[in-house]
Design a protein around this ligand. Structure first.
Ligand code: ADP
Length: 369
């Protein structure tokens, strides 16, 4: 979006955060473009996740929202006001870190009340607001424990309480489940979502974990190399990944690139490594012509072991991976191309070396533009 265009976009009341052309270059021996050019809207009351690989600029983006880092260019609005030059402590945001950053020599209560004390909130009100937090976090009875006497999950909840008690408009959470073991992290996913729904606040959550993002978020922004690749609800992104990067990051393996060799009324033929695929024209986001390059994804649950589909290939089972309710097969086509197929587990499994026909509908694919 260019600068002129964005100035004509009215600030929506529904958006609590509006980010336009945001950029951050760190001064180093070699300047690092951590955030290249980001446009993003976060709606009031939503659980919004910034998902991406390590180094893609997620933390930098979060730190600019909360005011720890200053943008090199662009604009951040919170509640309609440009906050680029507003100090961190004057913004209505609060950040929870992965490493908790709790005061180790204080009790849980002292930690939670700390921000209120700084703001001069009277004793009785401080106590009452902290009590509300301990209740919300299921930590009643643990108020007077020292931080060292709490488990990882409890510390995480104290850290969240300490940030929430000051009643920010937006709570920012940076990889907060990263330090917990897998089981605890899963429990905390459920807890965090419950807390967010109960307090009805906007949460902006940063993670590199697809599972965390998918299970908690109302919407997700996927970042790559300082830019946002796609924004959408989890199911939207899963069903229709916008770019090859997104599909690859979400571990969708069946990505094929080829050349259009014929265009019919309904389908286009695509040649790739000697194989011909038939792709529905309705799935191609431009008017296809012979010679165009085309990259598409075949979601593994839309591949079937039958010959009822427009695309049908002889193949050999190269690997059978039993996953419980479903089984993942790696099958090799005659050109050695491997496809991954997910099939609901039945009475028996296909053994490695079995010859099978694998097929998919011409409109089962996602074409990348
Ligand atoms: P993520 O949170 O997605 O892992 P970061 O925002 O931490 O990504 O980092 C984005 C890029 O900016 C990386 O290349 C990182 O090395 C670089 N970076 C982060 N912080 C600094 C800094 N203070 N100085 C220089 N480079 C930095």
């Amino acid at each position: 979006m260019n600068v002129e265009a964005q100035q004509t976009v009215p600030s929506s009341e529904q958006n609590v955060i509006e980010i336009r052309n945001l950029r951050k270059v760190y001064d180093a021996a070699e300047p690092v473009v951590a955030v290249d050019s980001v446009d993003l809207d976060v709606r009031e009351g939503e659980f919004f996740t910034i998902l991406g690989p390590s180094g893609s600029g997620k933390s930098t983006l979060l730190q600019m929202i909360t005011g720890i880092e200053t943008p090199t260019g662009g604009e951040i609005r919170i509640d309609g006001d440009v906050v680029n030059d507003v100090k961190s402590y004057n913004r209505n945001t609060s950040l929870v870190f992965q490493e908790y950053a709790l005061f180790p020599h204080m009790t849980a209560r002292e930690n939670v009340e700390y921000g209120l004390m700084l703001r001069g909130v009277p004793d009785a009100e401080r106590r009452e607001r902290a009590d509300g937090m301990f209740e919300l976090m299921n930590l009643v009875g643990k108020e007077d424990r020292n931080i060292q006497e709490l488990s990882g999950g409890e510390r995480q909840r104290v850290a969240t309480a300490r940030s929430l008690v000051i009643e920010p408009d937006v709570l920012l959470l940076d990889e907060v489940l990263g330090a917990l073991d897998e089981k605890l992290a899963k429990e905390m996913q459920v807890e965090l979502k419950r807390i967010q729904e109960e307090v009805e606040k906007t949460f902006v959550f940063v993670t590199h974990s697809q599972e965390e993002a998918f299970s908690m978020s109302d919407r997700i922004a996927i970042m790559n190399d300082g830019n946002v690749e796609q924004v959408g609800a989890p199911l939207e992104i899963y069903n229709d990944p916008a770019t090859e990067f997104v599909a690859d990051f979400l571990q969708m393996p069946n990505i094929v690139t080829g050349e259009i060799t014929a265009v019919g009324d309904r389908v286009a033929s695509v040649q790739s490594d000697g194989m011909e695929y038939r792709i529905a024209r309705t799935k191609i986001p431009w008017t296809p012509t012979v010679g165009d390059e085309l990259t598409f994804l075949i979601p593994n649950e839309r591949l079937f072991f039958d010959n009822d589909h427009e695309n049908s290939f002889e193949s050999t089972v190269a690997d059978t991976i039993f996953k419980g309710s479903y089984t993942e097969y790696a099958v090799q086509l005659l050109n050695d191309r491997e496809l991954r197929v997910h099939e609901t587990t039945g009475e028996s499994l296909l053994s490695e070396g079995s010859e099978v026909t694998v097929g998919f509908a011409s409109d089962a694919v996602v074409v990348f533009s």
